[in-house]
Design a protein around this ligand. Structure first.
Ligand code: ZN
Length: 319
């Protein structure tokens, strides 16, 4: 098995972490666990990463998701049991770009023990990554919000899977191309849903800066009250500044996120009410976690379509 080749890739991934395993939620492959024809076990950190890995490997590997639906990956830390389980897996796929920021040390331990770890975002063109000018060394990690970028991660997954299971390399590559094609359809569907939002209302305000790529792709200004990680806190002056802007521009709706406390969003609503502006809260958006498995937003395409629909419904009608 050409693990030497893998090692080179993993080195490029280790900038963020490496790592390991789980046990929180064992998921069947997209094709069903009973159909697995391989003894390969792959672990993925987020549901979005698991989605792309499952679609690429089909029934040739079992895929385990580390971070449960609804949990915040910025704050997630693998347990000792998680790490032990990862050590028994064949590879770990992570988002990278600092998303799993508290797992870096644990992932490094697993990598040092010889387990391959790869960030699916590792080969995205640097110029496509969003960076806050005040914090240029930390790209925004929420790349799954741009279907074009996320579709490209399938090719990286296929590359790794092909090295672990060369007999099915051709199938993995074909599945990756299909995933990228489906991602373009997701992009087009979302764009069609969002077309109805007038330009004056194209401001997407949510709990943290998870929608930068969504905004860039679909033409929305984005304001995350917290920064690119939920570990940062919004200040009172941040809230007041945003309240003033919302009132001045008559922005009709803001959005809570399923993985983040709605405290700051409700502070916006209260602040606007005090100024006589009735600010609505739209449908909850799936930002850093998909919906529960088996629900419409329980896949990556479903998550994006849900978000597009919710944003369109919340911002479509004028102030
Ligand atoms: Zn986030």
């Amino acid at each position: 098995m050409p693990l030497i080749c893998l090692a080179a890739l993993f080195v490029s991934c280790l900038q963020w972490s490496c790592g390991d395993k789980d046990g929180v939620e064992t998921k069947a492959s997209a094709s069903g666990a009973a159909a697995n024809t391989s003894s390969l076990t792959l672990v993925a950190t987020t549901g979005m990463v698991a989605d792309v890995v499952e679609q690429v490997v089909g029934n040739h590997a079992r895929v385990i998701t580390l971070i449960p639906a609804g949990a915040d990956p910025h704050l997630w830390t693998p347990t000792r049991t998680d790490i032990m389980q990862l050590l028994e897996a064949d590879a770990l796929f992570m988002n990278g770009l600092g998303l799993e920021g508290r797992a870096g040390e644990a992932f490094s331990r697993v990598s040092n023990a010889g387990r391959p770890v790869c960030a699916v975002t590792a080969h995205l063109p640097d110029g496509d990554l969003l960076r806050d000018p005040s914090n240029p060394n930390h790209p925004n990690p929420h790349v799954w919000m741009d279907p074009g970028l996320w579709g490209a991660t399938a090719l990286a997954v296929a590359e790794i899977a092909s090295q672990l299971d060369p007999a099915h390399a051709e199938e993995f590559q074909k599945n990756a191309v299909q995933y990228a094609t489906e991602a373009k359809k997701v992009r087009d569907d979302a764009a069609a849903m969002l077309e109805s939002v007038p330009s004056a209302n194209r401001v997407l305000i949510s709990s943290h800066d998870a929608f930068g790529y969504f905004g860039k792709r679909f033409g929305f200004e984005v304001r995350g009250i917290q920064g690119i990680s939920t570990e940062s806190e919004a200040s009172v002056s941040d809230i007041e500044r945003l309240v003033a802007e919302i009132c001045e521009r008559s922005i009709p709706t803001v959005f809570i996120e399923t993985t983040v406390s709605d405290r700051t969003i409700r502070a916006l609503v209260d602040g606007c009410a005090a100024r006589g502006h009735s600010l609505k809260i739209g449908d909850a958006l799936f930002s850093d976690s998909m919906g529960a498995r088996g629900t419409p937003a329980g896949t990556w395409p479903g998550m994006i379509r849900h978000n597009a629909s919710s944003v369109a419904n919340g911002l479509r009608g004028g102030a």
